[in-house]
Design a protein around this ligand. Structure first.
Ligand code: HEM
Ligand code: HEM
Length: 250
């Protein structure tokens, strides 16, 4: 009972916590770290990337779906970039993008000393976001030389479209490698590391971090507004894009 009384109470000055109470306090405390928009964006991105890949594998007849999943990636990744400035504490770039000294110090000491993303993970996240953005953007003017072209095909010369297509294809294995390393890191933290970073990205809560690290608000209205504006901009782009006939290979 003494152990439970220590949880969430401020000890009187001079009072000492027993080791049991200290362990129990860290164990019991669930602190909200990841806001709902960040979590939805993460799992939405993972599903949309998988969808874009699978629909591409089906072939040219599934192109509409490929484009739809690609637009989802585009909206989610641009949202995530805005959320890096406008989101709650741990979503912000200023919370997890740190210089090489912090990265080295973290890697030398090891272990999770940060309630949000650690300094090494932070750079991996920037890389993932950059690759996702580049992959989705190069798809817009791409073409498959048979029957399908992205909505911005009409804006560029056919030769340029082919170069974008080339980059679209080249970026894919790079994205796969980065995602594979990312998932491997999350699994290595879990085992043998014994640190579960995955459940917090589902529930939002993390155990054993300081109460002060909790985010006060999730800013759901703000997130919804950003997403609605981004979808409207996407629809505007699709509506204004010049219609263009695909120049098939001869
Ligand atoms: C295509 C698939 C995926 C992509 C593109 C992706 C991308 C990302 C990005 C951009 C973040 C940063 C989250 C943010 O701050 O908004 C992140 C974090 C994270 N992802 Fe993924 N992810 C993918 C799949 C997965 C999978 C399958 C897992 C589970 C095994 C996973 C586990 C995590 C974890 C645990 C974090 C948080 C790391 C930390 O606590 O610092 N991801 N991911
Ligand atoms: C991040 C999201 C996306 C992913 C992961 C993705 C993935 C891929 C992959 C793996 C290919 C096959 C490349 C190859 O030939 O080896 C491909 C082809 C293609 N994608 Fe995407 N794509 C995405 C977004 C888009 C978008 C937004 C569009 C346009 C609306 C688009 C249009 C195309 C076209 C036209 C092709 C055919 C190119 C060819 O046949 O070589 N993609 N995509």
């Amino acid at each position: 009972m003494g152990a439970f009384r220590a949880v969430g109470t401020v000890p009187a000055p001079g009072a000492e916590l027993t080791p049991l109470a200290t362990v129990s306090a860290a164990h019991e405390r669930r602190v909200l770290i990841w806001d709902l928009p960040l979590r939805v964006a993460h799992w939405g991105l993972a599903l949309a990337v998988l969808g874009a890949y699978l629909t591409e594998r089906i072939g040219p007849t599934a192109y509409r779906w490929h484009a739809l999943f690609g637009y989802a990636v585009l909206v989610l990744v641009v949202f995530r970039v805005f959320w890096g400035w406008l989101g709650p504490a741990h979503a912000r770039f200023s919370d997890f993008v740190r210089g090489p000294r912090a990265v080295l110090a973290y890697l030398r000491r090891g272990g999770p000393q940060y309630p949000g993303h650690n300094p090494a993970g932070g750079w991996m996240i920037l890389l993932l976001l950059a690759l996702l953005l580049a992959e989705a953007a190069t798809g817009l003017p791409a073409n498959d030389a048979i029957m399908n072209a992205g909505p911005l095909y009409g804006l560029v010369a056919p030769g340029a479209s082919d170069r974008f297509t080339h980059w679209h294809a080249l970026l894919w294995p790079a994205l796969v490698a980065a995602v594979a390393a990312h998932i491997a890191a999350a699994l290595l933290y879990l085992w043998p590391g014994g640190v579960d970073l995955i459940t917090p990205l589902v529930t939002g809560f993390r155990r054993g971090v300081a109460r002060e690290a909790a985010i006060a608000r999730e800013h759901l209205g703000r997130a919804l507004l950003i997403v609605v504006v981004l979808i409207l901009l996407l629809l505007l782009m699709l509506a204004l894009a010049p219609r263009a006939e695909l120049v098939p290979l001869t």
